[in-house]
Design a protein around this ligand. Sequence first.
Ligand SMILES: Cc1ncc(COP(=O)(O)O)c(C=O)c1O
Length: 394
Amino acid sequence: MLKFADRVERVNPSVVREIFKLMADPEIISFGGGSPATESFEPDVIGEITAELLAGQPDLMLQYGTTEGWNPLRDAYIEHIAKPKGLDFERGNIIVTTGSTQGISLSIDAFVNEGDTVLVESPTFLATLMMFAKVNAKVVAVDVDSEGMNTDDLAAKLESTGARLVYTIPTFQNPTGLTLSRERRKEVARLAALHDAIVIEDDPYCDLRYAGESLPTIKSFDEAGNVVLLNSFSKTVSPGLRVGTVAASAEIIPKFVVAKQCSDTHTAILPQAICAEYLNRGLLPGHLERTAPMYKERLDAMLAYIEKYLPAEAEYTRPEGGVFIWLTMPSGFDAQELLVIATREYKVAFVPGAPFYANPADGKNTLRLNFSGATPDKIEEGMRRLGEAFKAYL
Ligand SMILES: Cc1ncc(COP(=O)(O)O)c(C=O)c1O
């Protein structure tokens, strides 16, 4: 009999990735993923950039590279992504990662020992909970309200647990769509400095804003150097390229470099170079401007069809961006049971909320809906089917 290591035995497979498999059934309308719209992809632009890179620098594109990342991309990130957000970095503050998933993983490698206590919003990103489970971290939930992580509760839990790491998704959070207010962003940075704690600011959705005003990053309030900022090209350019970035103090980056050398040596050069060219050609702002109205239309459609088709007792978030809406039913409701009915009988999928909780018993009556992946027509049909599934369940 095979004997596996504890670190994989104690992690359950991602329900989101399992639900992804359902998308292979063409009859199913899935609100389960977190994918950008396929209509947002620019195959012609990416193809042209790729051809030019391979023709111009084939030896560099196809060769090994440095662990820190493709320097033109580190520089382009600083110029085109960080600077417009008021952040001032040097190359030594940046490491390129294989998606921001790897940024989370390297953060844990660098800062979390087996059995350490960590603080998270509850609910939070499922993959991060899996990574914490892998190292047997003790995950403590911080209260969340309409302004995101409650900083009074954060202060109390930093004090009572002695935790030295806080993981937060401040903008259009996965899974709730909630956004941390400006004042609280400042307070998170202050508390981190006070308690000598590290904040992992995971911000892949910050540029997907369809209403309201942009907010400063937690990192922009970080005078002590305790905040690690993760960004990604997945939700803006393409998740298949698998390119993300970590921005942190020059003291932190070398530890991430060592952790990455133990993982994948370096992120593939070609996708890094594609992202660098994309930024340096000034393509990102126009792309975001073009895609925002499409996403807003999908968000508004889903909100309207929740009203029209789902039970009146459903409470839900009204995000100003990102890709998710979070739905809460009265206690006693079981979204996992609803999913079985919804997928088998009504051919519509979503993600039940429980796995996003540090304590899954807390979230049985919740579920996550993705609005970015389907056209408004598909959203209407899917929500109509979901309404039928709710009726059958209730
Ligand atoms: C909060 C959060 N962090 C990180 C990621 C991972 O993104 P990437 O594709 O860059 O690995 C996701 C993707 O869904 C996410 O929702």
